[in-house]
Design a protein around this ligand. Structure first.
Ligand code: DP6
Length: 315
């Protein structure tokens, strides 16, 4: 039996819009979420003539994507055995964290481990496995490099940034998205704002790296704010337009902005293709984020209504 574990990641400079084989239209920069990981187990299955799942956490569609990716790696390594597959997430689906990044990264690592072992060949580099994982799901290529990763075209690699952060999630809605991120990648191509999108992402990425390197936390917050708003503007200006931001998302964002104004400090904020709010706090600012939750009493927000609640990870 072979096992592999990979974390999810959250992008501060966003991957949105792609070409063939999930080559991104623009640079992205991410932080790995070590507490949100997937573990994949593979067992050789001599009795079967197909790969099969032995647990049931994925939808039919997700299972097929997973099986296709496993087949892709088997073909690449000219391997014709079959596996039984078990896949487990450390986080509930309802946490609103994308699981495709961690699950495709873990599957890729595990398949290379298993097949290299059976065939007695050397394991490939992290860089190579990351580029293969990207073909299964784009953002998964960033899960190979912890804690910070930069991904540009076919290359994803670790980047050293002298800043330690803690991640938290304000869960606004845990329901399934109407528009998947794969569909979002397709639709944004129709937005006029896509025209200079690669340049904007590149410009912000450089500025963000330099802000994080020189300890300019407020500037980093400002850049990340502009960046997630830019991605959501692409959604809203696509044809047909779509969006993920809910009233409770806006309310949380307004509170964060107010907090920053009053304290001249606070968390970096970002949104993925969903309504939930990701926060990155500078390590050592526990008092500050304690006062954030006390001041705004997030847990008791009645406007979140019955189908919304708050989930704070990593406290
Ligand atoms: C909005 O990696 O889920 O989270 O390549 O189609 O699998 P596929 O897309 P996916 O895209 C995620 C995009 C995003 C932003 C980001 O993570 O950079």
């Amino acid at each position: 039996m072979w096992t592999a574990k990979a974390p999810s990641n959250i992008a501060l400079i966003k991957y949105m819009g792609k070409q063939e084989k999930n080559i991104p239209c623009n640079v992205s920069l991410s932080y790995t979420l070590d507490n949100f990981f997937t573990e994949v187990q593979l067992n050789l299955n001599g009795k079967s003539d197909s790969d099969e799942f032995i647990n049931d956490i994925l939808s039919e569609n997700e299972k097929n994507r997973f099986l296709n990716h496993l087949q892709y790696i088997k073909d690449l390594l000219s391997f014709n055995g079959y596996f039984s597959i078990r896949s487990m997430n450390s986080f509930p689906k309802s946490a609103g964290i994308a699981s495709s990044a961690s699950s495709f990264a873990a599957l890729t690592m595990c398949a290379f481990k298993a097949i290299s072992d059976v065939k007695g060949i050397k394991m490939p580099s992290q860089e190579y496995m990351s580029s293969i994982s990207r073909i299964g799901s784009g953002s998964s290529c960033r899960s190979f490099f912890s804690p910070w990763c930069i991904w540009r075209e076919e290359e994803s690699k670790k980047i050293d940034l002298p800043v330690e952060v803690e991640h938290q999630l304000i869960l606004i809605n845990s329901g399934k998205k109407n528009i998947s991120s794969s569909e979002a990648h397709r639709r944004v191509q129709s937005s006029l704002l896509m025209k200079n999108r690669p340049q904007r992402a590149e410009f912000r990425c450089e500025k963000l790296i330099s802000a994080l390197k020189s300890g300019k936390w407020h500037e980093a917050y400002q850049i990340c704010w502009e960046e997630f708003q830019d991605m959501h503007a692409l959604f809203e200006t696509s044809s047909p337009h779509f969006g993920y931001i809910l009233p409770a998302t806006l309310d949380a964002l307004i509170k964060i902005r107010k907090f920053w104004k009053e304290h001249n400090d606070g968390p970096i904020v970002t949104l993925d293709a969903g309504p939930n709010v990701h926060l990155l706090w500078k390590k050592g600012s526990k008092e500050l984020h304690k006062s954030f939750y006390e001041e705004y009493d997030f847990q008791k927000f009645s406007f979140f209504g019955s189908d919304c609640n708050l989930f704070i990870a990593n406290l």
